[in-house]
Design a protein around this ligand. Structure first.
Ligand SMILES: Cc1cc2nc3c(=O)[nH]c(=O)nc-3n(C[C@H](O)[C@H](O)[C@H](O)COP(=O)(O)O)c2cc1C
Ligand code: SF4
Length: 434
């Protein structure tokens, strides 16, 4: 085994030199109310409609994985039946990502301000912050106490803390947990925008998405668009793992991985590919190095930026082993509610384990290929889609590695000492806020 990137690492935190730091602030200090207000936070909103138009013009896209435009979502939710509810989703069940917890721990007021603006635009009268990290819950609760009586915002925000799991951050799981049930996905329809918390139309937004709203208010759409690409404007939080520069970085959309790695002192020539978008998009070959990191360019490669987590496959890391470890994670962590997901992830995991150990036959790979297509869309939540992506990506991106594993001639695996398979490859521990 050659996968040496499983141990949680305490990451560095930095903003790319082209970014006048928008989401990350230096020093790892928790920003209190006074500091946030001094920087212009909690600014009055004269016209929520105009702000929504600015957000639309700024084309802020969801950072929770699907990249859906938040302005469109807000318009849909407020067009529903009943008074809307707004939820900040900071659960972050993805092992390779730390951005949401870092934002909540260090910039709780930026996130709460974003929730305030979202609730004004959507017309919500009930607000929630949903997390699984006790330190995030504590930071947000402190921020709400700071706001109490400060005459800034009469915030009534409920904080819900659940056990961390991979599926707990899925939006219907968040809704069910806030309503007092288990943090497990439910069947769709209805989706939260139709009937969410208490059956009311609910805006569920990732905390990084919300953190961008005060930036649009402050900079205006044109200023916000000063960084990033036309279709993916602004910056995003990149959780990089699998290399010495493991860390959380704020970068402009459209930057290449080569540029990021060079900035961080890593040698791009030593990179064989990546695990893209956390566990959801599977592996991606070396061509990723010079592709703009933005939603559409990665989609064109049949991959995705997801929540912005990128695990580097340094030279000598076997993509079959990485894919097998991620699939084993899905087989363990799926919620066990849907037969197709429970059985499908177990079956794909068994084939990938056999392939990794050079026990698989060509027919096994054929069955894996079939499942990677047929099982898509069959689960109640997207976990099974993530699992099919992992299988499809390996077969598409690394046919040679699949072949050498069928032959039992994988130079990487054959040369390495036996090491335990990591339970959560590329897992990163959140940095500790000062
Ligand atoms: C299995 C699964 C897990 C998810 N986990 C998270 C999560 O931890 N945090 C999050 O913001 N979104 C998560 N999502 C996406 C949410 O369902 C939802 O799309 C998102 O919170 C919407 O916010 P956005 O539009 O701002 O991206 C997950 C989706 C799936 C299918
Ligand atoms: S698709 Fe999988 S993870 Fe999602 S609800 Fe069904 S069993 Fe659970």
């Amino acid at each position: 085994m050659t996968l040496a990137t499983d141990a949680p690492v305490t990451p560095a935190v930095a903003a790319h030199p082209d970014v006048e730091s928008r989401l990350l602030i230096g020093g790892g200090q928790r920003e209190d109310l006074a500091a946030y207000r001094a920087a212009g936070g909690y600014a009055a909103v004269d016209d929520a409609e105009r702000l929504l138009d600015e957000v639309d013009e700024a084309a802020v896209r969801g950072r929770g994985g699907a990249a859906f435009p938040i302005a469109t979502k807000i318009r849909t939710v407020r067009g529903g039946r009943g008074v809307p509810v707004a939820v900040a989703n900071g659960e972050e069940g993805e092992p390779a990502s730390v951005k949401d917890r870092w934002l909540l721990r260090t910039r709780p007021h930026l996130v709460l301000d974003g929730l305030r603006l979202a609730s004004l635009m959507v017309g919500a009268d009930e607000l929630h912050v949903y997390v699984s990290d006790p330190a995030s819950a504590e930071s947000v609760t402190r921020a709400l106490e700071e706001l109490r009586g400060a005459g800034v915002w009469d915030a009534e925000v409920a904080v819900t803390l659940v056990e961390p799991t991979y599926v707990a951050g899925e939006e219907t799981a968040a809704v069910q947990a806030i309503d007092g049930g288990p943090a497990l996905p439910t069947d769709k329809p209805p989706r939260p925008f139709e009937a969410g918390v208490k059956g009311r139309p609910t805006l569920v937004s990732n905390v990084e998405t919300l953190a961008n709203l005060p930036l649009v208010q402050r900079l205006g759409a044109t200023g916000y668009r000063g960084l990033g690409t036309y279709a993916s404007p602004g910056t995003f939080l990149l959780t990089l793992s699998g290399c010495a520069a493991t860390g959380l970085y704020e970068v402009p959309f459209g930057v290449t991985l080569t540029a990021v790695l060079t900035w961080l002192g890593e040698d791009p020539a030593q990179v064989d590919g990546v695990l893209m978008g956390g566990y959801f998009s599977g592996v991606l070959g070396r061509q990723v190095l010079d592709v703009p990191l933005e939603y559409d360019a990665l989609k064109a490669l049949h991959s995705g930026l997801g929540c912005g987590a990128v695990g580097v496959l340094s030279a000598g890391t076997c993509p079959v082993e990485v894919s097998a470890a991620v699939m084993a994670y899905f087989a363990r962590e799926n919620a066990g509610q849907c037969g197709s997901c429970f059985n499908g992830t177990a079956a794909m995991s068994a084939v990938l384990d056999a392939l990794r150990d050079s026990r698989a036959e060509a027919e096994d790979v054929e069955r894996l290929t079939g499942w990677s297509v047929r099982l898509r869309g069959r689960g109640a939540c997207g976990t099974l889609d993530g699992a099919t992506n992992v299988a499809a990506a390996l077969l598409r991106e690394y046919p040679d590695a699949v072949r050498t594993h069928l032959d039992g001639t994988c130079a990487t695996c054959g040369a390495a000492d036996e090491q335990p398979v990591p339970a959560a490859p590329f897992a990163v521990a959140p940095p500790t806020a000062a």
